[in-house]
Design a protein around this ligand. Structure first.
Ligand code: FAD
Length: 283
């Protein structure tokens, strides 16, 4: 809950950016009781990997998907050795993100390949700084977000490690069209935009920000976008891709109604497993 420093004016009350803050917790995806994995989000795939070590082949890149009548073949390359191999299976559950998959050689049917190209992707950047915790010492801010009317859009305060000498401040988290525009700038310009936003909120403090790091998800190889935005989740493209193309099933965040969340990926994977089990039972 923020502290109002001045009476609310009519223009402020009519400004949608103003309402993003107070209403944020009321969207179904942003409940205040959400949990965070200790050690960071990637502890979740790491935990899966710990259990699945014998079947996961890290450092390998899928180069081609060949759908057949009796089986499906995946051509992959070991990135360390350069060795190219093929694995043959009854089915393929493909979780490669759409912006990568659309350029992967595959003998998908034309409607299916066209559908993959039509999956709508969003945009996102983050910028992180290491810094003494001036937001705690100056303003008693312990976690939460500041919504700013600039392209950096959000400043995100750490919700752990309170009272330690330093912490990681997210100095930008922006989305979609704004993010796609923002990532066109050079890295120094992006970092400067973040510094300027933090300086506006905490005058004199931006000089404490060090080790700036920025990630533009649409530039990350093997992702090429942060998440999917189905405007209409039950549309014809979704319905087409929701069914297998031969022996290939798509799964992942992009094949769920909970776009942009791990929950969506898990649900879509469960659904595909059920479809395959039903197909096998019917065979
Ligand atoms: C900035 C940001 C913040 C987020 N915050 C949250 C959050 O707080 N909570 C939450 O639940 N979700 C969050 N998400 C969403 C979450 O990360 C995704 O929904 C989830 O990771 C999607 O899982 P996935 O398995 O569908 O795809 P991914 O996790 O993208 O997995 C796809 C995998 O395919 C691999 N791959 C791609 N191409 C190839 C190839 N040719 N050969 C072999 N492998 C390949 C990639 O390397 C990757 O490992 C966030 C996402 C972003 C971008």
């Amino acid at each position: 809950v923020g502290v109002l420093r001045e009476p609310l004016s009519l223009p402020t009350l009519l400004d949608p950016v103003f309402w993003q803050g107070p209403m944020f917790d009321d969207t179904f995806e942003m409940q205040p009781t959400m949990f965070q994995p200790v050690g960071g989000m990637d502890r979740i795939p790491k935990a899966f990997h710990d259990r699945l070590k014998s079947v996961v082949r890290l450092g390998t890149e899928v180069k081609e998907i060949r759908n057949g009548d009796q089986d499906v073949k995946i051509v992959y390359r070991d990135k360390k050795t350069g060795r190219v191999q093929t694995v043959t299976a009854d089915y393929c559950i493909c979780t490669i993100p759409p912006r990568v998959l659309e350029n992967l050689p595959a003998n998908f049917s034309k409607p299916f390949a066209d559908g993959i190209r039509q999956i709508p992707s969003g945009g996102a950047n983050k910028i992180a700084w290491q810094s003494p915790r001036f937001w705690e010492t100056d303003r008693q801010i312990y976690g939460g977000l500041s919504f700013v009317k600039r392209d950096v859009q959000l400043i995100w305060y750490p919700s752990g490690g309170y009272f330690q000498p330093s912490g990681v401040l997210i100095g930008c988290y922006n989305f979609d069209d704004v993010a796609l525009r923002f990532m066109q700038q050079s890295i120094p310009d992006r970092l400067q935009a973040s510094r300027d936003a933090i300086e506006a909120l905490f005058p004199g403090r931006s000089q404490l920000l060090a080790r700036g790091l920025t990630v533009a998800w649409n530039h990350v190889p093997y992702n090429l976008a942060p998440w999917t935005h189905w405007e209409e989740p039950y549309n014809a493209v979704y319905r087409l891709l929701d069914q297998p193309d031969g022996r290939v099933y798509l799964a992942g965040e992009h094949m769920s109604h909970i776009s942009g969340w791990q929950e969506g990926s898990a649900q879509s994977a469960h659904r595909v497993l059920k479809l395959i089990a039903e197909r096998n039972a019917a065979a």
